[in-house]
Design a protein around this ligand. Sequence first.
Ligand code: HEC
Length: 101
Amino acid sequence: MRLALVLVSFVAVVLAGCSGGGVDEFGGDLYSSSCAHCHGSDLGGGIGPALGAGSSAADLTDQQIKNVVRIGPGAMTAFGDRFSEEQLESLVTFLRSEQDS
Ligand code: HEC
């Protein structure tokens, strides 16, 4: 009986760990609230350049994208340390998932 309980909680933990899509959604939320009004809700561009598949942003490294967000080149907002490393990471994960689709 106790073993069954242990197994059940183990499965629950594994399942929770697998719902990694949550990270993308989180990055997607950050993108919608902080980036979409300039780069387009479909990453197609607007005030800022397109960021989706085939864009030059797709050729930037993860680190370069994080730096762009911090520094805000040209007319882009400089976000400085507004985002934590985890938030920057999930933004990049979101951009990559859109660029790959
Ligand atoms: C106020 C409008 C604005 C906002 C908000 C904004 N950007 Fe930008 N972004 C720009 C502009 C304009 C550029 C082009 C800057 C330049 O090089 O002159 C740019 C450039 C970029 C680039 C480089 C693209 C390339 O092809 O080199 C990336 C990556 C990027 N933005 C990501 C983001 C992300 C992620 C966010 C949200 C956290 C964001 N931007 C928010 C306007 C904006």
